[in-house]
Ligand binder design. Structure first.
Ligand code: ZN
Length: 173
C-alpha cells in the first residue's frame, strides 16, 4: 500500500481515478483480513444506523429553554403518582419509595425532552440516579401509560408527550 502511495507521488499529474480505487481496495483488504476489526466496524456501523434512524424518527428538537420543573408541575407529577416512585421492575413490581421524590424527564431534557407534566414522572432518588440520558422506546412509554392506569386518578391523561409541540412563554428566571 505504501509503495502504491509512493508511486503516485512520483507521477504528479493529479489523482487518477484508478489510483483512488486501488488505494480503497488496499485499505479495505487490510481491514477485512482481521475478523476483530470487521466485527468492530460492523458494530459501529450498526450503532450509527440505529442512532440515525432514531434521530430521523424523533426529528431534530431543540432543548426546552426551561430545564427544571416548576413547583406546580412537580406537585402535579407527585400527586397523580400517589406520591410514590413510578419505577417498575419485572421482579419486584413498582418501587415503594415515597420519600424524597424527584420530578424526572421521561424523554431526557438533554435530548430535547419537554419540561412539562406530560413528560414527567415521579422517581425516588435512587432510581433517578440510575436513569441515564437514554431516549426511551415507544413501547416503554406505552407500558408506562398502561401501568399508570392502576394508580393515576380517573380522567388524568396517562400518555407521555416527549417534545413541546406548542410554544410556551419561558418562565422568568
Ligand atoms: Zn424508586
Amino acid at each position: 500500500m505504501h509503495a502504491l502511495i509512493a508511486q503516485q507521488s512520483v507521477t504528479t499529474s493529479g489523482l487518477e481515478p484508478n489510483f483512488i480505487i486501488e488505494l480503497f481496495r488496499a485499505v479495505l483488504g487490510d481491514l477485512l483480513s482481521s475478523p476483530w476489526l470487521v466485527g468492530f466496524f460492523a458494530l459501529m456501523a450498526l450503532n450509527a444506523m440505529v442512532r440515525t434512524v432514531r434521530a430521523v424518527v424523533h426529528g431534530r428538537h431543540s432543548k426546552d429553554p426551561q430545564r427544571r420543573f416548576s413547583g406546580f408541575d412537580r406537585a402535579e407529577i407527585f400527586a397523580r403518582a400517589g406520591n410514590r416512585c413510578e419505577q417498575h421492575s419485572w421482579l419486584f413490581g413498582r418501587c415503594r419509595e415515597s420519600e424524597g421524590l424527584q420530578a424526572d424527564h421521561i424523554h431526557p431534557h438533554s435530548r430535547g425532552g419537554a419540561t412539562a407534566v406530560e413528560n414527567g414522572q415521579a422517581l425516588c432518588r435512587r432510581h433517578n440516579k440510575q436513569k441515564s440520558a437514554r431516549v426511551p422506546w415507544n413501547w416503554e412509554l406505552a407500558r408506562l401509560a398502561r401501568r399508570r392506569g392502576a394508580y393515576f386518578p380517573p380522567g388524568m391523561p396517562r400518555a407521555v408527550v416527549r417534545h413541546r409541540t406548542t410554544a410556551r412563554p419561558v418562565a422568568n428566571g
